[in-house]
Write a protein that binds this ligand. Sequence first.
Ligand SMILES: Cc1cc2nc3c(=O)[nH]c(=O)nc-3n(C[C@H](O)[C@H](O)[C@H](O)COP(=O)(O)OP(=O)(O)OC[C@H]3O[C@@H](n4cnc5c(N)ncnc54)[C@H](O)[C@@H]3O)c2cc1C
Length: 391
Amino acid sequence: MDITFTEDQERYRAGIRTWLAQNLPANWTEADHWPQVDEDAEQAFLIDWERRLYAAGYSGIAWPKAYGGQGLGPVEDYIVNEEIGLAEAPESLNTIGRELVAPILLSVGTEEQKLRYIPKILQMDDIWCQGFSEPNAGSDLAAIKTRAERRGDVWVANGQKIWTSYAHMANHCILLAKTDTGARAHRGMTLFIVPMDTPGIEVRGIRHLGGQRHFNEVFFTDVEIRDEMRIGEVNAGWQVAVGVLGFERATTRLYRQGRFMQELRSLHHEAQRSGKLTASLEERMGAVAAELQLLKYQNLKFLGRIMSGSQIGDESSLLKLSWSQIHQKIAHLGLEVLGADLDEDSAFAGRFRKIYLTARGETIYAGSSQIQRNIIAERVLGLPRPERKPA
Ligand SMILES: Cc1cc2nc3c(=O)[nH]c(=O)nc-3n(C[C@H](O)[C@H](O)[C@H](O)COP(=O)(O)OP(=O)(O)OC[C@H]3O[C@@H](n4cnc5c(N)ncnc54)[C@H](O)[C@@H]3O)c2cc1C
């Protein structure tokens, strides 16, 4: 594996690094705990930030120019992600649009869908949510009950979704619904694009343990969806969804490796400053730093595979499992360093409170750690599947 970047690529890196240094607000890291202060101000700031990132040419890096992208390659995409992580720049509000919807549309969307939706994701005119999970169907999406029935040129959807991140601010939803209730397990599901202002949609907020309104319940009652809003073939939604979830695990949060390294550095600095840096603590921090370095090499290995045109497939579960578990270790180290000061009103304490609380959900969404381990065991390592009793 060759991990040297060319001179042009290093120049490109210097460009985004300079841009970030000049454009990130000086108090950004402190502002990282804004959500506890003013959610509307945070949302407005993030939308503006992403628009500026796009205007500067640092968004949609590897997407075709025809759909508003920069038309560059996976290496430039990797570099931008890495620099965004190292600068601890804001995370996107539109992760569902960027990391799920656009890649799906690029792979199975119609030309009209690509032209209509992808540029608006980049311009932050459309914010998306993902309506997959239901009260009794999270890890096992085959069990979803939301139905879409065809009536002429429209589909009529009824059902309930839950844990729908950003639904309260999104204007579009990517909905997974049963379209053939007689079909077995994973067959008979279809994906749809649903504007959130369609009559019959009700969004009810859920606050997570950090106190923020992040996700929601979404109710669909006789919601009409035109057939042109269907993504991919009828009853092929599962195959598309699995592809998307694999992609989500492989490519999303690449920037996190750098971001987590910075979090660890600032913890080390704080432990030193406050006289709490024991040999044992430093050794455990070093072990996490080594895991982060391995994560970086795993990212680079997959980058090499993408560049040579091969698929990542189920191995992407290795990345999802690693970054989410490592982040919880950093969160625990944060608790140890802060101790009773965790309650303090300082920006540093606010930042690590937020990290600790959000890291809990990271081993659940986009496939829980248990599910990732099942995938790695059965589909990557080829270990025998446990016998499952018939339902
Ligand atoms: C912060 C956050 C944001 C989210 N955002 C969204 C969103 O935007 N859209 C959306 O559709 N969903 C979203 N989700 C939901 C998420 O995808 C589900 O919570 C997740 O898939 C788990 O499903 P569940 O909650 O129904 O738990 P269950 O599937 O009931 O799992 C419960 C426990 O059993 C374990 N388990 C389940 N099946 C197996 C198995 N076969 N083998 C071993 N262990 C198993 C799980 O690992 C878990 O520990 C979000 C979740 C969180 C925490």
